[in-house]
Design a protein around this ligand. Sequence first.
Ligand code: NDP
Length: 480
Amino acid sequence: MQTIHNYIGGKFQEPKTKNYLPIYNPATGEIYAQLPDSDSEDVELAVQSGQEAFLSWSSLSKEVRANYLLKIADGIERRLDYFAEAESNDNGKPLSLAKAVDIPRAISNFRFFAGALQHFSSESHSMEENAINYTLRDPLGVVACISPWNLPLYLFTWKIAPALAMGNCVVAKPSEVTPATSHLFAEVCQEIKLPAGVLNLVHGYGHNAGEALVKHPLVPAVSFTGGTKTGAHIASIAAPMFKKISLELGGKNPNIIFADCSWELALETSLRAAFSNQGQICLSGSRIFIERPIYEKFKEEFVRRAKLLKVGDPLDSQTNQGAVVSFDHYQKILSFINRAKEEGLTILAGGKAVELTGRCARGWFIEPTIIEGAGSESSLNQEEVFGPLVTLNPFDKEEEVLEYANSTPYGLASCLWTENLSRAHRMSKQLKSGIVWVNCWMLRDLRTPFGGMKNSGTGREGGWEALRFFTEPKNVCIQY
Ligand code: NDP
C-alpha cells in the first residue's frame, strides 16, 4: 500500500505518533493508501523549519523566487497525466476533468504568480506639505495554508503560490480526504531543489494538525478554504491572537435565467454549473431561478439533458459524473434527497444512489438530481448541499428574484442570464455576492478579486489581493 509522508525541512518524514489514516478511492470504496495522522509535534517541526528558511528565502531577488515558481509549474506539467490520475483516484472526479481543469489550473497558479510578483509594486502617496509616503510590503514569515477536498491541488496551490512569491515560507495542510496530489507536489518541490523549509506539508485531521497550525504563535497568517462552520471556528482562534485571516467558505449560489437569455448557452452552462465535479464546487449554481414564460420549456430540456449525463467509472473517458468524495459525504447528500422526498417535493431527475458493477461496485455514486417545489426558505434552498443536487424555481419579476437570490446566509457567487444590458448592470450591483457572472460561469481571470461576502467568508484571493494578503504593509512618511 502506498504511504504518504509529511514533507518537512525538504525531507519526507513519518509523523511523530507513527500513526496513519486510511485514504479511500471513492470510485471503488477501497482503501488504497495511508497518510500521517500528524499532531502538534509535527506542526512544531514544520514551523521551525519554515522559520529557519525564512531569512534566506525572503532575501532572494524577485526574479529568483519567480524562477522557482516557474520550475514548480514545469515540474507539475511534466507529470500532468500522473497528477491527473492521482487526483481522480483520490477524489472520485472524472479523469478527463482532472486533466482538463484541476492540474492545468495548478500549473497556471504558479505561472501567474511568478509573473505577478515581478509586476507587483507597493503604493506611494505624496503630500502638499513637502512629504512623501511609501508603503513597504514585507513578507509575514511562516504562514498557514489550509485547503479542502473538492479541487485539491487547484485550491492548495492557489494559496501556496502567492505566499511563496511574496517571500513567505509555508506550512500547508491539505484535506485529509484528498492528500495524494499535495504529496506529488512536494516531490516536485524536492526535485526542483526548492530550498529546504520553504514549503512544508503536514498531513492529518483538521481538528488535530490543522488546528495546531492555526494556534501556533509563530504563524501570523492563515489562509483557509473550506466550510463556513470550520471557518468560524478558525476565526475564533485566530482573532484573539490578531492573526491575518483569509476565509473562503461555502456558497449557495443563485443561477438566474431571464426569458431573453441566449437559450443554448444558458442551458448548457447551467448544466455544467449544476453538476460539474458532482456539484462539489463552492461556485456551483445550485439554485436555478427561471423566468415564468420559459420555465416549462427550460425545465423539460434541462431535465432531459441531465438524464443523459453518464455516471460512471471516473477513469472512463465517456463518464460525465464520477463518485462523490467520501462515504460520509455520500450519506449527507442522500439525506438531503430523502428530506425532499419526505416533504413531498417533486424529483424531476435522479433522486437516488447509482449502483455500478465491476471495479466501481462499491463506490459512492449519486444521480444528478433536480428538485422542484422547494420554497425559497426551505433547507434545500438555504443550506449548502455540495453535491449533484439543484432546485428549479420559477419567478415573475426582477425584484422578486433579487430577493430570493439574496435570501441565504451565503454570498459567494451569482450567475445571471439576460441579453438586457441595463438589467445586467442593475442586478449585478444589487446581488449580494463577491462574484457575479453574466452570461457565463467559472470564467476566471486570475487577476480579479475572488471570494465571498456574508457567511461565504472574509478577504479576497487572486491577483494583487492575494499578494497583499501575504505581506505586512508599513507606511514610511518622509518630509523634505
Ligand atoms: P472543511 O471545512 O471540513 O475542511 C477544510 C480544511 O480545513 C480541511 O483541510 C480540514 O481538514 C481542515 N480543518 C477542519 N477543521 C479544522 C480546524 N479545526 N482547524 C484547522 N483546519 C481544520 O471543508 P471541506 O473539506 O468539507 O470542503 C468543503 C467546503 O469547502 C464547502 O463548504 C465548500 O463550499 C468550501 N469551499 C469553498 C471555496 C471557496 O473558495 N469559497 C472553494 C472550495 C470549497 P480535514 O479534511 O481533516 O477535516
